[in-house]
Design a binder for this molecule. Structure first.
Ligand code: LLP
Length: 433
């Protein structure tokens, strides 16, 4: 359930009409619902009730500092994968002790940042990373809390580009090697083993792959304990899918996921961590855009929007489906016809949907892409020099711009002309390009 519903024929974000936000902020614009974000966080938190646990929001899904503050204030920890995400989590006011550092390529600089700023654990993905972390921790006179991220060789049956737990994927330590790596970790100065971590992929629509992976992790914890390691924590990663197309089958409920977690690792007596991103943020956001032109094609008409693959890359990158709805609700029984919905970017890949049944719309009408709260704005770029779409957070009948749309000057001001090119172009009446 989310809080983007029609009321009096107008799409609303909670109690605010999307058209009102657009009138104030323009299009394209990402709009998030605070109530939906919190609802999803709480559902997961409740799913693990009774077990010692921490829900760490995967910052990569939606990294705006206002959103992180909202979730952090509700009790969430954060899962970060870069120094930048670590800095965002801290800027949002989340204590270092609630921040987990994941990622395959943590640099010494990122390790230093987290070790000095405070960190709950590093999810270490390789032996060289372990050695590097030890060296950094020793140099700083600190101890790095470490969970070993293992690769359980489980197929998550999701899109190949977001599957991470198969043998041959770049992630994690092969599970069979984990005992040897744990022994090395125990011998290294500056390292304190605290747990085991696994993440097998994203947008999973069945519990079976999770259960297979978690069962392997449980067996590993037993083995590591038998070796004498104190394993107090298991981090089960993220990955629970969301319904993208309203018509489709519903992925597992958080409560079913919670029951499966209890079944597979509940007996270990470990603190449970999870790292959900999409489930919390996905259906908590929409991308609103305006139709610039309706163009008659050979066999089908194009809806040409003022938002493109630079704002929402998922359809181009993963052939992802996003429901597209008119902001002004068409009257019941209004005819529909198939449109190709495209953006302004100069690539055919900048196509959001082909043959999508939509009401007959005209230039100037507003549409909303649903389920774009996760991996939407964060994957945005300025390709074709289109400024990043702004972000708005709605809370009841209030809304606030939580990231403003940059002006062209602001965008261009980041570029620098090298000294050797300097010459006064003002006298010549401007650049002669
Ligand atoms: N933990 C780790 C270590 C991860 O790599 C990820 C996602 C998560 C947690 C959160 O997974 P979630 O709960 O959101 O499924 N850009 C892609 C998704 C990439 C996911 C990468 N890792 C997309 O738009 O579908």
């Amino acid at each position: 359930m989310d809080h983007f519903l029609y009321r009096n024929g107008q799409l609303h974000a909670e109690d605010v009409a999307v058209a009102e936000i657009v009138a104030a902020v323009g299009t394209p614009v990402y709009i998030y619902s605070a109530a939906t974000l919190l609802r999803h966080y709480r559902l997961l938190d409740e799913a693990l009730a009774g077990l010692p646990h921490l829900v760490c929001f995967a910052v990569k899904a939606l990294s705006n500092v206002a959103v992180l503050r909202l979730l952090g204030d509700a009790g969430a920890g954060m899962d970060v994968v870069s120094g930048g995400e670590y800095a965002r989590a801290r800027a949002a006011g989340v204590a270092g002790e609630k921040v987990v550092f994941s990622g395959v390529a943590k640099t010494a600089e990122e390790m230093r940042l987290a070790l000095t700023g405070g960190i709950r654990q590093f999810n270490v993905e390789s032996e060289p990373e372990l050695e590097a972390l030890s060296a950094v921790a020793v140099a700083l006179g600190r101890e790095a809390p470490v969970a070993l991220r293992v690769n359980p060789d489980v197929d998550a049956h999701t899109h190949a580009k977001i599957s991470t737990g198969r043998r041959g994927d770049k992630f994690g330590i092969p599970i069979a090697r984990a005992p040897a790596v744990a022994a090395r970790a125990a011998a290294l100065p500056g390292i304190r083993m605290v747990g085991v971590d696994v993440h097998i992929g994203s947008q999973l629509t069945s519990l079976a792959p999770f259960e297979a992976a978690y069962t392997r992790v449980a067996a590993l914890v037993g083995e590591l304990r038998a070796q004498g390691h104190a394993i107090d924590r298991v981090d089960l990663g993220g990955g629970l899918g969301i319904p993208y197309a309203r018509a489709n089958a519903v992925p597992p409920l958080p409560s079913d996921y919670g029951a499966m977690v209890r079944r597979s690792v509940g007996h270990l007596g470990c603190e449970i961590q999870i790292e959900p991103g999409r489930l919390i943020a996905g259906n908590a956001g929409i991308l609103a855009a305006r139709i610039v032109y309706v163009k008659a094609g050979e066999d089908r008409d194009f809806l040409i929007l003022d938002t493109g693959m630079n704002d929402l890359v998922r359809p181009a990158m993963y052939d992802a489906h996003h429901d597209i709805v008119p902001v002004h609700q068409p009257p019941a029984g209004e005819p529909t016809k198939p449109f190709d919905v495209v953006g302004p970017v100069c690539e055919t890949g900048d196509t959001f949907a082909r043959g999508r049944e939509l009401p007959l719309m005209v230039a100037g009408d507003l549409v909303a892409f649903r389920s774009t709260g996760a991996y939407g704005a964060v994957m945005g770029s300025e390709y074709n020099s289109r400024p990043l779409a702004p972000e708005v957070l709605v809370h009841g009948d209030q809304f606030a711009v939580i990231r403003a749309r940059p002006g062209y000057d602001e965008m261009i001001a980041r570029d620098r002309i090298p000294d050797w090119m300097h010459e006064d172009r003002t006298a010549a009446g401007g650049a002669d390009c």
